[in-house]
Ligand binder design. Sequence first.
Ligand SMILES: Nc1ncnc2c1ncn2[C@@H]1O[C@H](COP(=O)(O)OP(=O)(O)O)[C@@H](O)[C@H]1O
Ligand SMILES: [Mg+2]
Length: 283
Amino acid sequence: MNKEMIRLSHISKKFGDDLVLKDINVCLQRGEILSFLGPSGAGKTTTIKIITGQLRQTSGEAWILGQDAGSMNEMIYERLGLVTDNSGIYEYLTVYQNLKYFARILKVPEARIREVLEQVGLAEHQKKSAGKLSRGQKQRLVLARAVLHKPEVLFLDEPTSGLDPSTALEIHKMLHQLKEEGMAIFLTTHNMEEAAKMSDHVALLNEGVIVEYGTPEELCLKYNKTKRFRVRLAGGREELLTQSLETAKQIAEWMARDQIETLHSCEPTLERVFLEVTGRELA
Ligand SMILES: Nc1ncnc2c1ncn2[C@@H]1O[C@H](COP(=O)(O)OP(=O)(O)O)[C@@H](O)[C@H]1O
Ligand SMILES: [Mg+2]
């Protein structure tokens, strides 16, 4: 079922004379992951702050769960989850006590705490004080807290930034699971692999402007102007060929003689797409 959870329409934001968001238009549907991919300073966090009512836009409209983001009532806050840097975790409380504290505020039954602890892989650390957790474990606790009340929309502002690859992978798995359960997820990242892997749709954000929008596949195919193929032949020789009639004949010939070990098309990565659209690197 298609259900619109977020709609940004012609959003612009100025800090003083500085125009940091320019005419942003996007939607997020139920069960969808939308990523804002862009370098530091592009305007990702500002966008999240506007949608979650922490900042007011200069012009345009921001709707979340059918309400104006600037005048949300408390009922709406109970339907959102937020993962950001300022985690709001109490370091001197244990993992379990942290979640119990928030469960009470959010009127969530205690059984749900155990469920979430399992889901984020912290069950065996529940008696540890939060201050003693590793960075990755702490991020899982932040995520556990954000989804405790089964929010309909989850915001994650660079959730895997600075985490080791295996913890990042665990978090990606959790997000996929939450999406499968129908949660709408708004993700920001400067990691193009993360955006490519996680997103149903990705918006490339550069200096406050969405310069491209689509599925990761759509964007990579759109910028696949020089079609190239990497061939590995029997005996180990590798060839990189560009689309042409000669290439077609050559590949057909190798194939007829059963000389091809592997054959891959080389479409650009999202990083190359970003570079092509903006003329700058993501990092
Ligand atoms: N409260 C603020 N006052 C003035 N400028 C700000 C404020 N918050 C962010 N900015 C500026 O807005 C731009 C976008 O910032 P931000 O949304 O944090 O980018 P990102 O999250 O993509 O790194 C940056 O140039 C930043 O310096
Ligand atoms: Mg940011």
